[in-house]
Design a protein around this ligand. Structure first.
Ligand code: SF4
Ligand code: ZN
Length: 270
């Protein structure tokens, strides 16, 4: 996942997973003098949620002496997520399946990649845990995008020079264990959930998987291990994705116009 001289940027939201990852990677990185760590937080603009989380991210980075950058939807796209949600609900967009999380996920991934490129780092580490990964696998199936499951893996392919390689060091660690680590280490993090989380299909999948895990311990591990086994077959049948640069913003994309530009154009806010 890492090389001894990697420059690593950690995506820190301010929640338990990302702050625990910050503490763990700092501890490991001390043994590798040629490696370096920094952090970034994306402020999506969710009043009463991200502003509080941002404070935890800033405080933890300060305490640990880690360089920390903050970027925001407002600064990058001219609109906060709250504003996007308002515009989409006024346009009746939310009823057609695009939840706040759909916008948030696409725009945040872009924001993180831009920050990582700006920071000149080799790897962008995110704090996705076992629960997140298994939810994503089922989400891909329920969205009818089964081949995408092959992309749920610890180290994402290095597909374009403009994409900073993403790695997920906690992807086999259950959420409960990350939470336990954070509590035992007395790490301060934001505990309240995002106000938009309940609107997402992911939330229903989370509840279902947790119920199953309680009754049949180990199902999350089994699911991720099953994907590992079928990944070579999935990758063999998936067409090779040819990336080009978006005609609007120049960022890498599979089509002519990238997803963030499509989303923002649809909102008539760009
Ligand atoms: Fe964004 Fe959805 Fe996560 Fe909230 S729950 S931060 S809207 S992806
Ligand atoms: Zn674009």
């Amino acid at each position: 996942m890492f090389k001894p001289n990697d420059k690593i940027m950690i995506a820190v939201s301010g929640g338990k997973d990302s702050i625990a990852l910050l503490h763990i990677l700092l501890k490991i990185e001390k043994a590798f003098p040629k490696a370096s760590l920094c952090a970034v937080t994306v402020d999506e603009g969710i009043i009463g949620y991200r502003d509080e989380a941002l404070k935890f991210a800033i405080d933890n980075c300060k305490k640990l002496g880690i360089n920390h950058a903050v970027t925001s939807f407002k600064e990058l796209y001219s609109y906060s997520l709250d504003k996007i949600v308002k515009v989409t609900s006024e346009k009746g967009e939310s009823g057609r399946g695009l939840t706040p999380c759909a916008y948030c996920g696409v725009l945040r991934r872009r924001a993180l990649n831009l920050a990582a490129r700006k920071g000149g780092v080799d790897k962008l580490a995110t704090a996705h845990n076992l629960d997140d990964e298994t939810q994503t696998i089922l989400l891909n199936i329920l969205h009818g995008d089964a081949l995408r499951m092959a992309r749920v893996k610890p180290v994402l392919a290095d597909v374009h020079p403009k994409f900073v390689q993403r790695v997920k060091p906690l992807c086999e660690v259950p959420e409960k264990e990350v939470a336990l680590y954070a509590y035992l280490k007395r790490i301060e993090f934001q505990g309240i959930p995002c106000p938009y989380a309940s609107t997402a299909l992911r939330n229903d999948i989370r509840v279902m998987l947790n119920r199953m895990e309680e009754k049949h311990a180990g199902v999350k591990f089994t699911l991720i291990k099953s994907i590992e086994r079928i990944r070579p077959t999935l990758e063999a049948v998936a067409e090779e994705v040819k990336l080009q640069e978006c005609r609007n913003c120049g960022e890498p994309t599979v089509g002519k116009i990238c997803k963030p530009c499509q989303m923002l154009r649809k909102l008539d806010i760009r």
